[in-house]
Write a protein that binds this ligand. Sequence first.
Ligand code: RUQ
Ligand code: CUA
Length: 666
Amino acid sequence: MKNFKSKLMVAAGICALAFGFQSCKPKNAGNAVSGDAAAKAYVAPGKYDGFYNFVSGGFSGQMSVYGLPSGRLLRVIPVFSVDPEKGYGFSEETKPMLNTSHGFVPWDDLHHEDLSQTNGVIDGRWIFANANNTPRVARVDLKTFHTAEIIELPNSAGNHSSPFITENTEYVVAGTRFSVPPDNVNGDVPINSYKKNFKGTISFISVDKTTGAMSIAFQLRCPGVNFDLSHSGKEKSSGWFFFSCYNTEQANTLLEVNASQRDKDFIMAVNWKKAEEYLKAGKGEKQTVKYVHNVYNENTHSATSEIKTEVIVLDTKTLKDICYFIPCPKSPHGCDVDPTGEYIVGSGKLAALIPVFSFTKLMTAISNKDFIGDYEGIPVVKYESALYGEVKKPGLGPLHTEFDGKGNGYTTMFVSSEVVKWNIKDLKVVDRQPTFYSPGHLCIPGGDTRSPNPKYLIVYNKITKDRYLPTGPELAQSAQIFDITGEKMQLILDFPTIGEPHYAQAVASDVIRSSSVKFYKLEENTSPFVSKGESESKVVRKGNRVDVYITAIRSHFSPDNIEGIKMGDEVYWHITNLEQDWDVPHGFAIKGALTGELLVMPGETQTLKWTPEKPGMYPFYCTDFCSALHQEMSGYVRVSPKESSTALLFSTGKNLPPNDSTIVKN
Ligand code: RUQ
Ligand code: CUA
């Protein structure tokens, strides 16, 4: 988003002249919240929110979970970035989650999320998210709110148009933002050979109905353009997918000018049922590529990485009837499908109108071959033949649209800083409210599904300016909640977000709440490093590797006195939390560790690797205030020189025998 801010600012200036009634600063800034607004956002202490709101963290790489309407931050779920607060990416068990074909990548940029669906309705099982930079898709398990799986995408770069799911979560779909030479050919080519060598790729990742396990079913090789966003068809448009594309100019430099030449770019309609037929008929080509698939096992409490070397690619140029282009004004961004599946909304970020396409008309145009030509071998449908109509003068810089299921669309206007409600049938604007400032995505619970739950609309802003107390050069980005039960949208609360929010989704809390895991059963813990009781705790040396099997229970570790660690040792602290109760994690930290802490859930085993850098005494302690005697939950480990004779000893509750450190020289 940030990359086209400046351009939009310029556009704003131009547009402000053209539409004198519009201004870039929202009106009514002083009295936006009034009357009963506060009561509508109030959730009494001890009471639960009615909705979960999953908000992308943008360049933080994480996903945060808020309650609605209170705006309470409930949790930050680490997905694509390491998180020292939770040990994610620092514990030996979670490190593999961040493996890629490039090696261990500790950061990414998370833009979009999609909750799993059954029959077009959110089922509360999983939420998927994209890594924009090093292309990956993650699945978060909503029983544990932990990242369960991450799959890398070959033939992709800038995985922005991702992840969007089909109505029964058959597929999670991801389109590449940057077209690049495919992975199985030499990419060492001149940049200005874009038109010849660069290709766009769309990945269809299948999802196992019971376990959620992902695997790349097939990819579509498409013309080299930039795919921006997408949504699957639904109800009558089931079996189709829609992608906004820009840079159909195929520019490779100064895109802000060179990719804005054409009056219209495209929405690409994809008949994925047809693609499946070709796949079954063996029309795909096997490509040798390299990508990594990481899975977290809830019983071993650890992740494994697998390198994959093959993908099946369908070529949309030679395999007819998979793809069609629909012209769409001026660099489309959002691509949204209404609950009936009939209307497809394209939001040209430089357009001063919102085109709404009709799926029925599109199908007629395709069967009548009502094309104006082709683009790299793919038919281009005549704009008017697919168009249902245009929302005129909606505001400036339309980006994203969600639906209330009552016949209205709601679109964010980045440049004119407002959210606009319009009627889908007659395409008339029925309400507009200022937002603060420059909104990107927006969300209505279930607002991109067959059955929205239209109580609230949340708008996620890119700029906060004067909304909050200043905090130096950067201010928190923000979300604003509107009550949309009445004719007019009513702003009831705004709250800061973590990182830059892009897409977000929300769902009634009862869809998820009851299946939430409270603790892991110790008897089901199959970690190779578990200690199922204090009697199993021990310290084992093999060469210079030392494994410490240590237990944690209120309010001590076992063992808590350890001697005989030597310089040059690699020490693995395997902490098993013996608690079998909700909300009693224990933490673990040791002085000088070049990693993070561990935060170990009840019944779980997690491992911290530690390589002491000098002899001496090292305390360790529990980092999570777990009981009245939490401060007592600690221990000592003694590190001796490499050549010393100190014996390996450990104990809990009693003193170790004399253990002199004598340097033995041979
Ligand atoms: S984008 S703010 Cu990265 Cu979803 Cu439109
Ligand atoms: Cu365990 Cu504090």
